[in-house]
Write a protein that binds this ligand. Structure first.
Ligand SMILES: NC(=O)c1ccc[n+]([C@@H]2O[C@H](COP(=O)([O-])OP(=O)(O)OC[C@H]3O[C@@H](n4cnc5c(N)ncnc54)[C@H](OP(=O)(O)O)[C@@H]3O)[C@@H](O)[C@H]2O)c1
Length: 253
């Protein structure tokens, strides 16, 4: 990712896993964005995130619980004061919850909680930060993260078309449904924000060794994030409203 492609980025859920690694690899990149805003609901609980912000002065840590309206408003104030009048180029909705829920174990509470964090929160975080994305979009042309973008970290498990055969063996009513709903949020945002020049897409990071992905996952967090960074840096108008994986392959909805 080159700094000319993205001056500022805000990521949710950065205290561990893929979010933390995104912050790390962005900060270590020779062409890093001038401003990297790493949000987490309890930043002081993450030694790794605190360490990154001490090492890299361009990494700003902001408290944001994505399901709490007051926390969103307060994070918006913090982000505005960090960015000034420049607006925000790239919002990465990464925070999520995930666990397996089969036909016997799934509860209404699992469904609602997962829907709230994984589908509703990315929409309302995006709504809150929209004025900042619009400010950035008004300052340049074309489409991509150099201008303005909303990247929803989704999952292949949210693909309705691919929930068959081997892939259907992973049972999670709550998680799969929430990511399918997130994909629809992406499509609705794409329909609404394209005319403002704000690119919107869903991105699957692969099956990654994190607390969520587990130790048997295929990819290290470093491999997944390297792939995602190349995808992010190459996005253009043709990817608006799309669903891709970390290798840049298009996925079925
Ligand atoms: N790992 C995989 O194999 C895989 C595969 C496909 C898609 N994904 C997607 O990739 C993204 C990152 O997943 P991961 O593997 O890094 O998961 P993870 O290790 O479980 O991390 C989840 C992150 O989300 C945060 N979070 C949860 N609820 C939050 C809230 N209300 N407000 C703010 N932050 C909250 C967590 O913060 P706390 O520590 O405070 O809970 C944590 O930072 C997710 O969208 C996930 O669905 C992962």
């Amino acid at each position: 990712m080159t700094s000319s492609l993205c001056k500022s980025v805000l990521i949710t859920g950065c205290n561990r896993g893929i979010g933390l690694q995104l912050v790390k690899q962005l900060a270590e990149s020779s062409n890093r964005p001038a401003t990297i805003i790493a949000s987490a609901r309890n930043p002081s609980g993450s030694t790794a995130l605190q360490e990154l912000s001490r090492t890299f002065p361009d990494v700003h840590v902001v408290t944001l619980d994505v399901v709490d309206g007051q926390s969103i408003s307060s994070a918006l104030k913090d982000v505005r004061s960090i960015l000034g009048n420049n607006g925000l180029n790239c919002l990465i909705n990464n925070a999520a919850v995930g666990f397996s829920t089969n036909i016997n174990s799934v509860t209404p509470e699992d469904m609602m909680r997962t829907f709230q964090v994984n589908s509703v929160a990315p929409l309302f975080v995006t709504k809150a930060f929209l004025p900042l994305l619009q400010t950035a979009a008004a300052q340049s042309a074309g489409m991509g993260i150099h201008r303005a973008a909303v990247i929803n970290i989704s999952s292949i498990l949210g693909s309705i078309g691919l929930n068959c055969g081997e892939a259907a063996k992973f049972k999670s009513y709550a998680y799969r449904t929430s990511k399918a709903a997130l994909n629809m949020v992406t499509r609705c945002l794409a329909a609404d924000l394209g005319s403002d020049g704000i690119l919107c897409m869903s991105l699957h990071p692969g099956w990654v060794k994190t607390d969520m992905g587990g130790i048997h996952a295929e990819l290290t967090v470093e491999e997944s994030v390297s792939g995602m960074m190349s995808v992010l840096s190459s996005l253009t108008q043709s990817n608006h409203g799309g669903f891709k994986d970390y290798r840049g392959q298009n996925l079925q909805w």
